[in-house]
Design a protein around this ligand. Structure first.
Ligand code: FAD
Length: 451
């Protein structure tokens, strides 16, 4: 006889991967898909609880994507529509691994999808990196986006020169935000404290260090191209060999080379500068009580580190890194939860009822859209297991009881209605100040909105 009790699934993380997973689970018709084709319709309702450690949803869309990328931020409208589907519930302010264990989740739900992203960071591993004035780009990004973990950080923007280590897309975001005229930033949802600090910023030059040559730079060409939209800003390559290679590139060469060639030709002068240094590695940060300079060297010869760039601000954009959750297998070398087709693996064996998607499955790379297919594969595996009765089902709690359990573990959880109230408040304040929104940026401010 057909099972009528709803299939209850928890998703840990409300970023793009978690929300796409929720979307695939709550798609109509639900069932087992193979290569995107429905091969078996599921014969019972599905209920999805999306949990997040923050009071607010959407992961890096709210706390990572640059404020001057409003089109990317608008992706949250898709997630908003998913959140309105029957069977969806958002439960914020639940830190899995702290307020509730992974073992408990696996008892309370039929299945758990882990989608908690990669919110750790790589270290530089050079002397002086803990000096004040040096920070990860991850923290700086969180700060200007009003992420409550970082909004209190005291970024000092009195240095005329900032140095960014690493030349990936995050580095491009950070360089843009540092040099963009504040009147342009005012039209974005950048956090108010960051807007105020950037209005007083003394930074006029951003040096971006890349270990390899311009043909192997980590940025994508659209992100590089955007630097050319910064008014009154010269773009310079301070490395004769690299500059020669760029200027010599022809129409058949990589797009990122052609874009850089165009920028070098068209953005020769300005009161602000972006200096791209290639084949260059950081050796040490220098300073007594805070950063005063950075010693750099050719990547091919780190011992030749005689050049020192004077700076009071160094941001390390050398990558995000997944963090382990107690009770869940973890691949330390790759910083991911090991998986096969979206099933969490413990050595050669799948962990019953546990699935993984997004950056914590693939590592911190890929754009928002990459998470859609990743989530679909994971949901396909889950649905196939549900149909073959491979999912553990004993002891699963109903929706009301689970909520009570969460409430016992945290001071207060947030619901989707609470998020909607936060959203409306932020937009209303934005309207008053002719801005898209003014974010609430501390746990206290956010939790004060809970009904
Ligand atoms: C600075 C930056 C800028 C970017 N800009 C762009 C861009 O312009 N365009 C683009 O396409 N892509 C961009 N990306 C990539 C995009 O953000 C990622 O592909 C996407 O966010 C990954 O989704 P995710 O769901 O795996 O992780 P995340 O978005 O990180 O979501 C993870 C969620 O899990 C929650 N969580 C973490 N730990 C726990 C826990 N223990 N318990 C409960 N919840 C937890 C977090 O609070 C978060 O909400 C950018 C990435 C970064 C870092």
């Amino acid at each position: 006889m057909a099972e009528q009790r709803p299939l209850r699934v928890a998703i840990v993380g409300s970023g793009p991967s978690g929300m796409y997973a929720a979307g695939h689970l709550l798609e109509n018709p639900a069932g087992t898909f193979m290569q995107g084709r429905l091969i078996k319709r599921v014969n019972r309702p599905i209920e999805v609880d999306v949990l997040d450690r923050l009071p607010t949803p959407w992961g890096l869309i709210r706390g990572g994507v640059a404020p001057d990328h409003p089109d990317k931020k608008k992706m949250s409208r898709v997630y908003d529509a998913i959140a309105h589907r029957p069977g969806f519930r958002f439960i914020g302010n639940v830190n899995v691994g702290e307020s509730v264990t992974t073992q408990e989740l696996s008892h309370w739900y039929d299945a758990v999808i882990y989608a908690f992203g990669a919110d750790g960071e790589r270290r530089l591993g050079i002397p002086g990196e803990d000096l004040p004035g040096c920070s990860s780009a991850r923290r700086f990004v969180g700060w200007y986006n009003g992420h409550p973990d970082f909004s209190h950080l005291p970024f000092d923007l009195r240095s005329q020169r900032a140095v960014i280590i690493g030349n990936g897309n995050v580095s491009m975001d950070v360089a843009r935000i540092l040099l963009k005229p504040v009147d342009e930033l005012r039209r974005t949802d950048i956090a108010a404290h960051a807007l105020e600090a950037l209005a007083r910023s003394q930074v006029r030059e951003v040096v971006i260090l890349g270990r390899r040559g311009p043909e192997d730079a980590a940025y994508n060409f659209p992100e590089l191209e955007e630097l050319g939209d910064l008014p009154d800003t010269a773009i310079v390559v301070e490395d004769e060999n690299a500059a020669r290679a760029v200027l010599a590139c022809g129409p058949g060469s990589a797009e990122k080379m052609q874009v850089l060639k165009h920028l070098l030709a068209t953005r020769r002068s300005g009161s602000r500068r972006i200096v791209l240094r290639f084949h260059t590695s950081p050796v040490a940060l220098i300073g007594d009580n805070r950063v005063e300079g950075i010693r750099i060297a050719p990547t091919s010869n780190p011992d030749a580190g005689n050049e020192v760039l004077t700076t009071g601000m160094v941001l390390a954009a050398v990558g995000y890194r997944g963090r382990s959750l107690p009770g869940l297998p973890f691949d330390e070398a790759r910083g991911v939860v090991p998986s096969q087709c979206g099933r969490v693996m413990d050595g050669p064996n799948p962990v019953s009822g546990a699935y993984v998607t997004g950056w914590i499955r693939r590592g911190p790379q890929g754009i928002i859209g990459s998470n859609k297919k990743c989530a679909r594969d994971c949901v396909e595996a889950l649905m196939a297991d549900a149909e073959s009765a491979a999912l553990p089902r004993q002891g699963t709690l109903d929706a009301k009881t689970t909520l009570t359990k969460f409430a016992e573990r945290t001071t207060s959880t947030t619901s989707f209605a609470d998020w909607q109230r936060i959203d409306m408040t932020e937009r209303a304040e934005g309207l008053r100040l002719s801005r898209p929104r003014v974010k609430l940026t501390t746990f206290n401010e956010l939790m004060a909105m809970v009904s």
